[in-house]
Design a protein around this ligand. Sequence first.
Ligand SMILES: O=P(O)(O)OC[C@@]1(O)O[C@H](CO)[C@@H](O)[C@@H]1O
Ligand SMILES: [Mg+2]
Ligand SMILES: [Mg+2]
Length: 247
Amino acid sequence: MTKSSSVDLVTQTDQKVEQLIIQSVKEKFPTHRFIGEESVAAGESCVLTDAPTWIIDPIDGTTNFVHAFPFVAVSIGFSVNKQVEFGVVFSCLEDKMFTARRGKGAFCNGEPLQVSDQEDIKQSIIATEFGSSRDPDAVDRIFSSLRNVLCIPVHGVRGAGTAAINMCLVASGCVEAYYEIGIHVWDIAAGSLIVSEAGGVLMDVDGGPLDLMSRRIVAANSRTIAERIVREIDAFGPPRDDEPLRR
Ligand SMILES: O=P(O)(O)OC[C@@]1(O)O[C@H](CO)[C@@H](O)[C@@H]1O
Ligand SMILES: [Mg+2]
Ligand SMILES: [Mg+2]
């Protein structure tokens, strides 16, 4: 089925996985709050408060899932006082479980993760996505940023089709950075902690501090690489996740 547009897909699997996660967590933690992609699509509020909150993307990469393009993930972040305390991204087809707890490091299947130590952007691979907007003006701006980044020049630009896996690629040192405009809080909550606990940095595409609800992110191995990318990005702002009429 489609949600906000013909390229915004949802399947019964997305809905069932989200229900399964929320029901099983609620049994143990009845007072906790939830921000789940498919619950928000069904009309639930999407406001991040100080309360303990589970931020859930039941399938990150639904378009990949529908087309059998083999990168999909389940992403679960847990926040208290608006700060992510732990994050889990399960890359289902790779059978990789990425985990991080604030102050305790990041891991893949139990092995510690460390971002790349490459500080020369010209020796780097950058991950990004084209986004889900097909508005020609937004696409022009995304392409203009992409052209600028590619022509720095960098070794390459890649995209797995899921923000969560792209961020785990940063944490694993396979790519130096990931940036995107148009993602949602459930795409990046878990991945943001996995990147920072692997030694990476997070910022807004305008170089300011990351705001989980702003729908914009740069996640990089270092401040040097992140700030170099920021210089090339045309930083527009889609409606925030916590804006009532965003969808
Ligand atoms: O709707 P989904 O599958 O949960 O997630 C949306 C998403 O896959 O689309 C973007 C591509 O623009 C990704 O970066 C992002 O994670
Ligand atoms: Mg997603
Ligand atoms: Mg999803």
